[in-house]
Design a protein. Sequence first.
Lengths: 181, 104
Amino acid sequence: MTSSTLQTEDPRPSFPARLRTETYLARVDWHLEAVMNGKHRRSTIRELRQAILSDPRGIDVSLDDLGSPKSLARQYGDDEDLQPLWSIGVISAGSMLFAYWILFLTFAFGMLAATDSSTPMKAHAEFLFVDVTTFSTAEAVGIEWTSGWAWLIVPAIIGVVSFLLGARCWRLFGRSGRRTP
Amino acid sequence: MLRAVLPLLTLTLIGENESYGYQLVERLAGLGLDVSTGLVYPALSRLERDGLVSTRKVTSSNGPPRKYFALTAAGTKARSAAKEQWLLVAAAVHQATEKEHLQP
């Protein structure tokens, strides 16, 4: 902590150190949305970046000392009412939809592999209300799924629910209207 | 506990000497207080937001420019008020703990 124990750092951080800093700051930014508006948030992130890059102890020690992005953001909040985290909501919805598509395609290709091993064959199954058909004949191999309501509604529900949960939308109802300028 | 007295400590140290964020952490460490930058930077941000400290950027040979904090007139008043409150609390705590110590 004292200056006698400090090491001289290269003024220009390495690419991995820079990447770690930017990843950390992005996570702080997402959590700061709970306590600050956009303009104040950008200025805080800019100042934090400068403080990290000018910390004589080096980036790793500096980031460890700042603590987790979530707890650091809470410190900036000064016990104010927490606002919803819309950015994290978007990330949550995107991640869940991506997971849904991966599972759906894994399921469909798994079915196709089973069908293909017993050519000629046609198989039907249901994945979260969506009818999936795979077929394998001497002439063609393929996957079909119906374009009914479930094809749109199921991903939409997954997206909306994960967005609302990820954004902590219930914070909308516990607000007193106070907000950091 | 430390978080509650941090504004008073910060205003006092900044009042003595203009400092940048990490320098304040070092000065607090010099007083025997192990305070992280994760606690000091948000405290400085709040003091700046409330107009209790002013800032200026100073170029540094070792990286990006540093932000130096200095006490404003409002900060001086706030420091006096916080010090008064702290002395009241400290006296009350001292009195209460001394009583407890004297009881058989």
